[in-house]
Design a protein around this ligand. Sequence first.
Ligand SMILES: Nc1ncnc2c1ncn2[C@@H]1O[C@H](COP(=O)(O)OP(=O)(O)OP(=O)(O)O)[C@@H](O)[C@H]1O
Ligand SMILES: [Mg+2]
Length: 320
Amino acid sequence: MRTRIDPVSYTPFHEALYDLRVRDAMSKNLIVLGPDATMLEAQVSMRDHRISGIPIVTDGNKLAGLVSIQDVIEALVANDIHAPVDKWMTQKVCTVREKFPLIQAVKELQKKGFGRLPVLNADDVLVGMLTNNDVTRAVMLRLNEEAKAAERREADLLARSMTATQERPGIERIEVRVEPMDLDAAGTFAGLVKKALKNRGVPPDVARRAAIAAYEVEVNVILHSMGGILEAFLSDQDITILSRDRGPGIPNVDDAMKEGFSTANEVVRALGFGAGMGLPNMKRCSDEFSISAPASGTTVTMKILFNPPAPASHAVQENT
Ligand SMILES: Nc1ncnc2c1ncn2[C@@H]1O[C@H](COP(=O)(O)OP(=O)(O)OP(=O)(O)O)[C@@H](O)[C@H]1O
Ligand SMILES: [Mg+2]
């Protein structure tokens, strides 16, 4: 009868049992005795190696039988502990093939209540032993590998989502990568933005607004995020500043946009940050401003036109 699998309780543990083969889990460190060994030798060997059964093999490692603790007790009771093992061993031994899926061996171990199963290859040669402990260890290792692979995939995805946007013809691009809490680097991005705008000869007021917006967003990524990438795209008409970070995002963007709202701690405030004016100033400095801040990462996009229609609306509030 096939075992019914409940999809809810079908865990990665079960999946590993179907994926793994017996030979992936078995121990190849074989402790065996020949048929001429005595029951006393079998008992001593089991005690020394802390095992509950010992396979008896003939030439070429063919399995002849298995001596269990139970067999030893029976020999002792019969006062026959010096008899050769082939007199007392179990001859009809349950075995499992090395190529079988591990689930098959688990079923066998459970069904018969055995502590260990001898593992045979296609030529009936004993190649290993399998215990419940071996099964658990193999499955745990597999799950661990899978967890690591998943971690690597996630890191890859994140790295890919953080790769810079493609070059576009006619567009000058500036890119700065930001590490969390790297305040020494604060101003790098803003400086590059300012220099590029100066080179283009844009109106000083425009360059100043762009530099402020760039600086505020740069500091926010340094102070409040787990790192990210800052980009600026300069065309003939405007500059677009794009900031993308790795999270943790902003739980309430409406609150964060309010003047004076800050979650900065004392240490950060002591350094002169945390007046809660960054985001409001970014918005004031930009002709177009948008922010989205899910937990996966905050994205801020700001566009500043080189020939703004209404320059009076861009008064910048000083941090106090
Ligand atoms: N990239 C970000 N990731 C996570 N949280 C952010 C990010 N940017 C801003 N915040 C949150 O929004 C709040 C307000 O940001 P804002 O820039 O206005 O002020 P501040 O950085 O705290 O202080 P200031 O900019 O005046 O030094 C921050 O305190 C922080 O909680
Ligand atoms: Mg700020």
